[in-house]
Design a protein around this ligand. Structure first.
Ligand SMILES: C[S@@+](CC[C@H](N)C(=O)[O-])C[C@H]1O[C@@H](n2cnc3c(N)ncnc32)[C@H](O)[C@@H]1O
Length: 249
């Protein structure tokens, strides 16, 4: 299934959950705080900007944000919150598309595990190279990505449940040969039926991510377990990694 088929009008309509889930202030505020700090008074480029979950509050914080996004329905949803003058968006693939001002951004960011939506290693490396192309010397590329739950999987098991709460179960199925994961999001009420949203990903171990960064000319500046700077450990389920381009010599 192609990404533009997954992020269709129905997915775009359901995406925003103001005040809850990924839109809850305790989730979103630390993201916006940290990105505003890293933008350091300059502009930011969001790869896969979606409906503007992060871009809209970041722009409201005074950071000019530009987006690249594949899905027109997701952009249409963004447009109900911010016009084209406030958050310009280039329709295209974050691995290849060019935003105006390429080469001058102090910050490019790609959050919510979305580098894994690129399904091959080549595309993921291209994405790093595209970020590098957009950055000014000394600029930073920030990635938020989950740690694949490989340690939870005995040899005869293909799936892990990563979240379970009333009305929602999230589980991932793993294909180790092709380094793929399919995320399954089940939502249900009291009845017997459930809604299912599925998305394919290529999972990346942190060390492979660092190597992709290196191939694109980045140095790793920091890795934390969350946006507030918690220590990244062997038990961390996710990470926020900051890569930096060298300053001009
Ligand atoms: C999980 S959403 C994240 C949206 C937003 N960054 C956020 O944090 O809410 C994933 C988004 O990535 C977009 N996307 C997937 N593959 C893409 C690609 N190759 N280039 C640009 N956008 C892509 C989808 O259309 C979707 O809007």
């Amino acid at each position: 299934m192609r990404q533009d088929e997954i992020w269709d009008a129905e997915a775009a309509q359901r995406y925003d959950t103001p005040g809850t889930g990924m839109f809850a202030p305790d989730v979103l505020d630390p993201v916006v705080d940290r990105l505003a700090e890293l933008a350091d008074g300059g502009r930011a480029l969001e790869f896969a900007v979606g409906t503007g979950r992060v871009a809209v509050p970041l722009a409201q914080r005074g950071v000019p944000v530009v987006g690249i996004e594949l899905s027109q329905p997701m952009i249409d949803q963004l447009r109900t919150k911010a016009d084209d003058a406030t958050i310009p968006v280039v329709v295209g693939d974050m691995a290849t598309a060019t935003a105006p001002g390429a080469g001058s951004f102090p910050l490019v960011y790609l959050v919510f595990n979305t580098i894994s939506n690129l399904l091959t290693q080549d595309e993921q490396v291209s994405c790093f190279r595209n970020a590098a192309r957009h950055l000014a010397p000394g600029g930073r590329f920030v990635i938020e990505l989950w740690v694949p739950e490989l340690r939870k999987l005995p040899a005869d098991q293909q799936a892990t449940v990563w979240h379970c709460e009333p009305g929602y179960i999230g589980l991932d199925t793993y294909d180790h040969l092709h380094q793929r994961v399919v995320s399954h999001h089940f939502r249900f009420g009291d009845g017997h039926a459930a809604e299912l949203f599925r998305s394919p990903h290529r999972y990346i171990w942190p060390a492979e991510l660092d190597l992709m960064a290196q191939l694109a000319g980045f140095e790793k500046e920091s890795r934390h377990a969350d946006w507030s700077g918690a220590e990244f450990t062997a038990d961390s389920r996710s990470h926020v990694s900051v890569y930096r381009m060298p300053q001009d010599t």
